[in-house]
Write a protein that binds this ligand. Structure first.
Ligand SMILES: O=C(O)[C@H](O)[C@@H](O)[C@H](O)[C@H](O)COP(=O)(O)O
Length: 257
């Protein structure tokens, strides 16, 4: 079967970051062959730090000024709060972009709407509509690349196992008030938006991820959020892992590094 997600596994985190940087550059080039922008969404967790390697930040081929960066999920906290995914991305990546480069356009949540997660999600959806559907109406936005993490329970974005949000098929962005991973109040891209992207990347490193990767790949019928993305988006998905996380997991299609 060729429509399985691909897994690229590396011996160390540094090599994983290098491989990821190379992949992101290819995704950027592919995006520029379609339009003059590179529109991506990023998650929180360990992903921003793994992404923000010198191989990416200092790479002269990165055309930062053409990047539009959105958040795959965000916690309903002020942007300077330690839990903010925007704050995390800013400190590990945005603040490190060489000063001579022009900066990417970044789309944080509206801090004035933190009291009402539905309003917060609706406003973020409007932000997406302005970027992805300003001229024509579209059913779903098409990100050039979505960069995701994988939680120890198989969640991704703020889409958690067994949660009713997994069935959301109208909204592009949805609120969640009962996230099992703190903080509980968040907004998230919905599953159809994630699987509609041109490319979807998962980053999962460390032996602590091994058990959940086994379930995701070997028991997709359990319907964990990461498995749902794998099944819906198929070979648009590439997993970047280290060897410790993927060793002994069956049912994966190994990609060449
Ligand atoms: O903001 C969040 O909480 C994340 O977007 C979340 O989905 C994260 O990506 C996973 O929990 C994996 O986190 P780790 O990479 O830290 O394990």
């Amino acid at each position: 079967m060729t429509n399985l997600p691909q897994v690229r596994s590396y011996p160390t985190n540094d090599k994983l970051s290098l491989g990821l940087a190379e992949y992101v550059l290819n995704a950027q080039a592919a995006a520029f062959s379609r339009h003059p922008k590179f529109r991506i969404a990023v998650s929180g967790g360990s992903l921003p730090s793994i992404l923000a390697s010198p191989a990416l930040i200092d790479n002269p081929s990165v055309q930062w000024s053409k990047w539009e960066i959105f958040f795959a999920d965000e916690r309903a906290v002020p942007l300077d709060h330690p839990d903010s995914n925007y704050g995390l991305l800013k400190s590990v990546l945005l603040d490190k972009i060489p000063q001579k480069s022009s900066m990417p356009k970044v789309f944080p949540i509206d801090e004035l709407l933190l009291d009402d997660t539905q309003e917060l999600a609706d406003a973020y959806e409007q932000t997406l509509i302005q970027s992805f559907a300003a001229k024509d109406s579209v059913k779903l936005p098409i990100f050039d690349l979505i960069l995701l993490g994988c939680g120890p329970d198989g969640h991704t974005c703020s889409l958690f196992p067994g949660h009713e949000l997994l069935r959301e098929d109208i909204a592009w962005v949805a609120p969640i008030e009962d996230s099992p991973k703190p903080p509980p109040r968040r907004i998230t891209l919905t599953l159809p938006v994630v699987t509609h992207a041109v490319r979807v990347v998962f980053v999962a490193a460390g032996a602590g991820k091994k058990e959940i990767l086994k379930t995701i790949f070997e028991k997709p019928e359990e319907g964990l959020p990461c498995s749902l993305v794998n099944m819906e988006a198929g070979d648009k998905v590439v997993w970047f892992t280290d060897d410790a996380a993927i060793q002994g997991v069956t049912g994966v299609r190994k990609g060449s590094l």
